[in-house]
Design a protein around this ligand. Sequence first.
Ligand code: CU
Length: 128
Amino acid sequence: MMKTKNKWSISFAILLLIVGCEDKNEIYQNEGGLIDGIYTVYAGNMYYNPSTISITEGDSIRFINDNGFHDVKITSGPLKLFLNPCQGDCTIGTLVFDVAGTYNYICSIGTHAQQGMTGTIIVNPKKN
Ligand SMILES: [Cu+2]
């Protein structure tokens, strides 16, 4: 009885140690909304969320569509990038930002941009 209890205590301690290490790593990765090395911006009924995002040179942004028919078109910035639209619950696509600067983008479908579907991506230079 006592032996089994000790075994459980040791197992639990090891588990805590593993979970503790993973936790630290995860907190670091979640800084600034970064998960698995990719930021996520959601698109939907006349919004991008977050509409302004600050990232670092080399980071990626994945655009997830919640509903409707939307695209992503960079209208000003160091690179003119574009993602084709998709309909409904879908992934519009992922953009990689290798050049620092401020990028403004819109949804170019119909009058969506005029209705508020605009966003800004601030790409900060990598610190060495
Ligand atoms: Cu749209």
